[in-house]
Design a protein around this ligand. Structure first.
Ligand SMILES: Cc1cc2nc3c(=O)[nH]c(=O)nc-3n(C[C@H](O)[C@H](O)[C@H](O)COP(=O)(O)OP(=O)(O)OC[C@H]3O[C@@H](n4cnc5c(N)ncnc54)[C@H](O)[C@@H]3O)c2cc1C
Length: 347
């Protein structure tokens, strides 16, 4: 086993949360290393909508134009269709509370996440792809001191952040992970070409037994993300494609629109969701993004929450790095968790 001093901060996971945090830390002169097990560009099961406020964080990272030029679709709002056929249309421009913009974006995660990670790299973060973290290292006092990778390297750091998404290895190794019994949902996600009647709004079709999100993601592609409860998800084993085809075919209003559509990416399964960390930090480590709290896909807010979480954690982490004692460091992180992030996480 080799031990290497790596950086002041090691971030496990280079998704939206890890990239936003790495960007903010590197910009402030903190030495930061991002470790991600994937090679980018990589896909991520997601309905791929970004709420208008997410564009504010993209702009502050200097990548909003790059994302738009990458072919992202502009979203005027969301249409929600109830099981009885009633449709509710919510347009961002009509909101009484004005956000950063009056439109959202939708873009393939393969594109978005690579742009975000490049922004962190350009800001000065040391980004190491294909680096799979399997454990968290602690000293005799229990304080986190680094991480161990699958090939046995120990990377030491003053602070470790778990930005490694749902089923975070950092949260699990620190015994912070907590899986809720409800809602135990699973999802199937894929892309199609030539879906009929795709408009300017993202769509959410709520049905008995699940819901499906549909959105233009630019380049003539449509993302389809079907979310179902655990009981129907048992049938995924018989074939994800078959399950999705049958689900769409059984809903006449959707079946007609998919009649001439071609699936252009594999159907990826993910779940169960419903996980929330018991708390978001311990001495020497913190959690951010899905690693800390998973947002149900129905909200369409997970990417924004991850970006915003990374952005919010940075100043508290910088303050804690500058403190002389463990007590002062803890005080800085309690400030992050209590009033800013989520009061319930501190319980
Ligand atoms: C079906 C579905 C639909 C969704 N739809 C939407 C939507 O439309 N809009 C929206 O805003 N949100 C949506 N979400 C939620 C959104 O995808 C997440 O909230 C968001 O990706 C969280 O970002 P993150 O950076 O915390 O984690 P992630 O994006 O999951 O990134 C985590 C990173 O950590 C890396 N990693 C994991 N484990 C390790 C390890 N052991 N070692 C090293 N690296 C590791 C992974 O490779 C990955 O790059 C959806 C989620 C699902 C499941």
């Amino acid at each position: 086993m080799t031990t290497r001093e790596c950086a002041q901060v090691v971030i496990v996971g280079g998704g939206p949360a890890g990239s936003a945090l790495a960007f903010a830390l590197a910009r402030s002169g903190v030495s930061v290393t991002v470790l991600d097990r994937a090679h980018f560009p990589r896909s991520k099961p997601c309905a791929e909508y970004l709420s208008p406020q997410a564009s504010r964080v993209l702009a502050s990272m200097g990548v909003l134009e790059t994302v738009e030029r990458s072919g992202a679709a502009q979203l005027a709002g969301m249409v929600i269709r109830a099981p009885n056929g009633v449709r509710v249309v919510g347009e961002f421009a009509g909101c009484s509370v004005k956000g950063f913009r009056d439109r959202g974006l939708s873009v393939r995660r393969e594109i978005l996440d690579a742009i975000l990670l490049d922004a962190a790299r350009d800001a000065g973060a040391d980004v190491r792809e294909a680096t799979h973290v399997v454990d968290v290292m602690r000293d005799a006092s229990g304080r986190v001191r680094g991480v161990r990778t699958v090939d046995g390297q120990v990377l030491a750091a003053a602070f470790v952040v778990g930005a490694d998404g749902l089923r975070s290895v950092v949260a699990r190794r620190l015994a912070l992970a907590r899986t809720a019994r409800w809602p135990r949902r699973y999802a199937l996600v894929t892309h199609y070409r030539d879906v009929a009647e795709i408009g300017e709004c993202g769509e959410m079709h709520v049905e008995r037994g699940g819901y499906v999100g549909i959105a233009d993601v630019g380049g003539g592609l449509t993302t389809v993300a079907l979310v179902v409860a655990s009981r129907p998800a048992k049938s995924f084993a018989a074939g994800r494609e078959r399950f999705l085809d049958a689900w769409l075919a059984a809903r006449p209003q959707l079946a007609a629109r998919f009649a001439n559509a071609t699936r252009v990416s594999p159907v990826v399964a993910t779940g169960p969701f419903a996980s929330r960390a018991r708390r978001a930090w311990v001495p020497g480590a913190a959690l951010v993004g899905d690693a800390a709290d998973f947002f149900d896909p129905f909200t369409g807010e997970g990417i924004y929450a991850a970006l915003r979480g990374g952005e919010m954690l940075a100043p508290f982490l910088i303050e804690s790095l500058g403190t002389a004692s463990a007590r002062q460091e803890n005080a800085a992180l309690v400030e992050f968790v209590l009033p800013v992030r989520a009061p319930r996480s501190a319980r």
